[in-house]
Ligand binder design. Structure first.
Ligand code: NI
Length: 180
């Protein structure tokens, strides 16, 4: 178990554009993915992007099953079941005009939440760890979580969608609490 340190806003690494991952994956990237999973479950969170642990690579992980009661229909308690997804070099190839608002939070902006409006459905192309390309449509909570994570790969945070005043207040709070 290797939990890495999660960078906190306004760390400038979080504002940079990440580089594509090369195949075959290096041992370092394989280790990064394993550590990111440990870090996400430990936090706990439903998603984590590589830049959040200081690696500027187009790579993110999610598990929208293990602790989200709303997306569970099998009656199992949150935390009993895990479904780790690894998204490498993801690209949103289509987004719906229909928008949906969800309350979002982020491990890099602790204890802070805000309503963000995003396309309700997306079509995604991504690579798995073996370098195989996949394409699939997502909607609902998973679509929101994916768009949030992939924003991290372009140096964007959910607070960038909030009003400038609210964003400024959050940044001030983070600086005060985390002295970054
Ligand atoms: Ni985030």
């Amino acid at each position: 178990m290797a939990v890495r340190e999660i960078l906190i806003h306004p760390d400038e690494v979080l504002q940079q554009v990440a580089k594509p991952v090369l195949f075959p994956l290096s041992a370092e990237v394989e280790q990064l993915i394993t550590d990111m999973a440990d870090t996400m479950y430990d936090a706990p969170g439903v998603g984590l992007a590589a830049p959040q642990v200081g690696a500027l690579l187009r790579l993110a992980i999610t598990d929208t099953v293990w602790r989200d009661k709303e997306v569970r229909h099998d009656g199992a308690k949150a935390g009993e079941q895990r479904e780790l997804k690894v998204w490498i070099n993801p690209e949103i190839t289509w987004a719906s005009n229909e928008m949906e608002e969800w309350e979002e939070g982020c491990l890099s902006v602790p204890d802070t939440y805000g309503d963000v409006s995003r396309p309700a459905a997306i079509r995604l192309r991504w690579f798995d760890q073996q370098g195989v390309v996949h394409e699939q449509e997502f909607r609902g909570f998973q679509a929101v979580a994916l768009q949030h994570e992939f924003d991290h790969l372009d140096g964007k945070l959910f607070i960038d969608y909030l009003s400038p005043l609210k964003r400024k207040m959050i940044t001030k709070k983070m600086k005060k609490l985390y002295k970054s």
